[in-house]
Each structure stands twice: as structure tokens, then as C-alpha cells.
Design a protein around this ligand. Structure first.
Ligand SMILES: N[C@@H](CCC(=O)N[C@@H](CS)C(=O)NCC(=O)O)C(=O)O
Length: 211
């Protein structure tokens, strides 16, 4: 039994979706950001960064959403969250998981958390630079999907698609949301129609961007 610490719609979303894809039992623990529970002494013992997600596996807490996807994919090969180790597409899967988390994960963190860069609100130049970085990454991804889609790895769904779709959701209020790129929209529609995503929205109470 896993224990999963989350906050609706945040970086925990992709791990929650993966848990639902797997179908393994897990206990949900909501971390209330309004009460700043992520910075409580009790939570910081689980996750010293004061962030979600945290997944407790066999009594030991782990953090970082992309790492949690890798761990879950390895522990539950039958869920096919990743191509099998040693297969031709396994390196592609690592590449895209790391690309997604180091581009979108890092850039969105700065986009949504100006205090990380030392200000209450981003100066226009910083905001514009972050927006351009995010849009450039969408263009790269869209081109990849146009040539090799519809999923990140081609014909087969994997956890990389869940990760890409979480970040697409985060762009929904940006000047140019990800769904304006055609191959990205096609991928988002495929993922949003999966039972795991539908259930995820119910469990986390997400009412918008449901496709
Ligand atoms: N790189 C981390 C980022 C986690 C992260 O930034 N989580 C945010 C929500 S999206 C959080 O917990 N924010 C609360 C805070 O920083 O106080 C991951 O992918 O797990």
C-alpha cells in the first residue's frame, strides 16, 4: 500500500494519474496549501523541499514527480507506463521524461512561483522570457509528435504522455496555451479520454480542462 501526498492540480497530478493507471491500492493524503501544510515540520520530515508530490513506498518517502514515475513504472511493469528495460524505446522514454521535467517542470515552477526568483511578481522581461521558453518547448514537442506521434513514443501510450498532459494543463491560462499546437491537442485529447484521467479529475475535484 502506497501513501500518496498530493495537492489538486499540482505536480502530484501526474503521479496520481500513474497510480490510477496501475490500479494499485494507495492512501491519499491531501496537503492543504491554504494552511501551508507543505511547510509543517511533520511534512518537511517526509519531503525536505516542502513540495508535493511525496510517495511513501514500503515506509520510505520519495519525492520528485519524474522520479516517482520511473519508480512506479519499474515496480509495475504490467501497467506499461514505460517500454520494457532493454527494449528499443526505453531510451526514448528516459529522454522524454527528463526533457519534460527539466524544461516544462523547471520553467513552470518559475512561472508560477516568482518568489523562487526573488520577487513578488515577475518583471515583464522575466515573464516574457519564461513564456518564450515554454512556447519554444511546446513547438519542439509538437514537431516531434507530428512526425512520430500520436503518443510521445509513437503508437503506444506511456507515462511520458501523462507528464506532457499535466504540463499542457498548466498552460491553460497562458497567452498561448499548449492546445493551440495541433499535435499537442491530439495527445491531450487521447490522454484526457483515458479512464485514469477522468477518475483523476473526479478525485481531485478538477472541473476545468476536461476535454
Ligand atoms: N520538481 C518537483 C516540483 C514540485 C513542485 O514544485 N510542487 C509544487 C506544486 S506544483 C509545490 O509543492 N508547491 C508548494 C510550495 O512550493 O510551497 C516535482 O516535479 O515533483
Amino acid at each position: 500500500m502506497y501513501t500518496f501526498y498530493y495537492s489538486p492540480g499540482t505536480a502530484s497530478l501526474v503521479v496520481h494519474a500513474a497510480l490510477l493507471e496501475i490500479g494499485a491500492p494507495y492512501r491519499l493524503e491531501r496537503v492543504d496549501f491554504d494552511k501551508d501544510q507543505q511547510h509543517s515540520a511533520e511534512y518537511l520530515r517526509l519531503n525536505p523541499r516542502g513540495q508535493v508530490p511525496t510517495l511513501v513506498i514500503d515506509g520510505k518517502p520519495y519525492f520528485e514527480s519524474a522520479a516517482l514515475l520511473m519508480i512506479l513504472a519499474e515496480r509495475h511493469p504490467e501497467a506499461k507506463l514505460a517500454p520494457p528495460p532493454g527494449s528499443a524505446l526505453r531510451p526514448d522514454w528516459y529522454q522524454w521524461i527528463v526533457f519534460l521535467t527539466t524544461t516544462f517542470g523547471a520553467n513552470f515552477r518559475q512561472w508560477f512561483y516568482p518568489p523562487d526568483l526573488g520577487s513578488h511578481e515577475h518583471p515583464p522581461a522575466v515573464r516574457d522570457a519564461l513564456r518564450r521558453k515554454i512556447e519554444d518547448s511546446w513547438s519542439l514537442l509538437d514537431e516531434h509528435l507530428q512526425q512520430h506521434g500520436p503518443y510521445m513514443l509513437g503508437a503506444e501510450f506511456s507515462a511520458a504522455d501523462l507528464l506532457a498532459t499535466m504540463y499542457m494543463r498548466w498552460s491553460r491560462n497562458m497567452p498561448k496555451p499548449a492546445l493551440e499546437w495541433p499535435a499537442l491537442r491530439r495527445l491531450a485529447d487521447l490522454v484526457r479520454s483515458r479512464p485514469s484521467w477522468v477518475r483523476l479529475c473526479e478525485l481531485e475535484g478538477l472541473t476545468d480542462w476536461r476535454g
